[in-house]
Design a protein around this ligand. Structure first.
Ligand SMILES: *Cc1c(COP(=O)(O)O)cnc(C)c1O
Length: 227
């Protein structure tokens, strides 16, 4: 794991150098889905400060098992989110990357206020307008961003996207950067661009990503796992 982490960090540094950006501008989020909580412990001991999960059923017990690491870890929720899971998710998630509809904004706000927490939310942007994979259309993003910004208990952090399958990731991430700029024009604090995974983090960093979400390149393949 130490060797994989060093490789991923080297890829991030090289991509930042190529883009003329300081390496500390990009945060590595270790996506630990399908791997045990003990791996989160190892990653933390290696200096990883951000971890991400995509299913509440798996994330909630892993967060509970890692409770003693609470002060050292920022928890990201990156999967599609149903409103009936928000009460659980706001208990451990610091950043939710997958906010893509007004009803979810209202439910998250109510849950966060009830839990006495402030949760950072990113608006997930669909870059291929395939609703099945989650995300709002670019046209709907400003409206959802405004709703998050207005909602007590939530803080608008920025935007997130997954590159469309089979398309040029760089072109897709550049479109995301355009959407991010429009959001930032209305909400100057919304500076996060969450984009890039094991296979396309260089393209994402070149297009301005501030956060990359890396699973496979850190922890290996997920046998039998379908995203
Ligand atoms: C699984 C997942 C990742 C990590 O993907 P890898 O290709 O394993 O690096 C990133 N983002 C989201 C939303 C994911 O579900």
């Amino acid at each position: 794991m130490a060797a994989s982490l060093a490789q991923v960090r080297a890829r991030i540094s090289a991509a930042c150098r190529a883009a003329g950006r300081p390496a500390d501008e990009v945060t590595l989020i270790a996506i630990t889905k399908t791997f045990p909580a003990s791996d989160i412990r190892v990653l933390s001991s290696l200096g990883v400060r951000d971890v991400g999960e995509n299913r509440d059923q798996e994330a909630a017990p892993k967060a509970a098992a890692s409770a003693d690491l609470r002060d050292r870890l920022t928890w990201h929720f990156v999967g599609q989110l149903q409103t009936n899971k928000v009460t659980s998710v706001v208990r451990y998630a610091d950043v939710i990357h997958s906010v893509d509809r007004p009803r979810l904004v209202a439910a998250l706000g109510a849950a966060a206020r009830k839990a006495g927490r402030t949760v950072t939310c990113l608006v997930q942007v669909s870059l291929d307008d395939d609703a099945g994979r989650g995300g709002a259309t670019a046209a709907d993003v400003p409206f959802i961003a405004d709703a998050v910004a207005r909602e007590e208990g939530l803080e608008l952090g920025g935007v997130m996207a997954v590159a469309p399958q089979g398309a040029d990731p760089l072109a897709a991430f550049r479109r995301l950067a355009g959407v991010a700029a429009r959001v930032r024009a209305a909400h100057p604090g919304a500076t996060i661009i969450s984009a890039g995974m094991s296979g396309d983090l260089e393209a994402a960093i070149s297009a301005g990503a501030t956060h990359v979400r890396v699973g496979t390149a850190l922890l290996g393949g997920r046998p039998g796992f379908v995203r």
